[in-house]
Design a protein around this ligand. Structure first.
Ligand code: FES
Length: 110
């Protein structure tokens, strides 16, 4: 398989409903990953452009749903299904969705 230009590691960690920390899966990350895969394929990016992978906890639980974008090395946080089209379009343009990029302060809170 070809090396993609970008890999989106979508946290699909799930904690028990009663766990106060919550989890990305409980916030809908599995559906978001599925939507990313579909949209990436529809835009013709699946073979070389990008791949949406499952990840275990990225230690940014308070900002879930979290996605780590590599090799760019930044986090998207508070991602919803509605953000998926914009995220994929930035994979085409080479940019990023700035309003979703976690700040240094947010990253420090974890
Ligand atoms: S549960 Fe997703 S970052 Fe921890």
């Amino acid at each position: 398989m070809a090396l993609r230009r970008r890999y989106l590691f979508v946290c699909t960690n799930r904690r028990a409903d009663e766990d106060a920390k919550g989890s990305c899966a409980a916030r809908g990350s599995e559906e978001i990953r599925g939507a990313l895969k579909e949209r990436i394929a529809a835009r013709g990016l699946a073979k070389v452009g990008a791949r949406a992978c499952q990840s275990s906890c990225l230690d940014q639980c308070s900002s879930g749903v979290c996605i780590l974008v590599e090799p760019d090395h930044f986090f998207y946080g508070h991602v919803t299904l509605a953000d998926v089209p914009e995220i994929v379009e930035t994979l085409v343009s080479g940019g990023r969705v700035e309003r979703l990029v976690l700040t240094t302060d947010e990253l420090a809170r974890g």
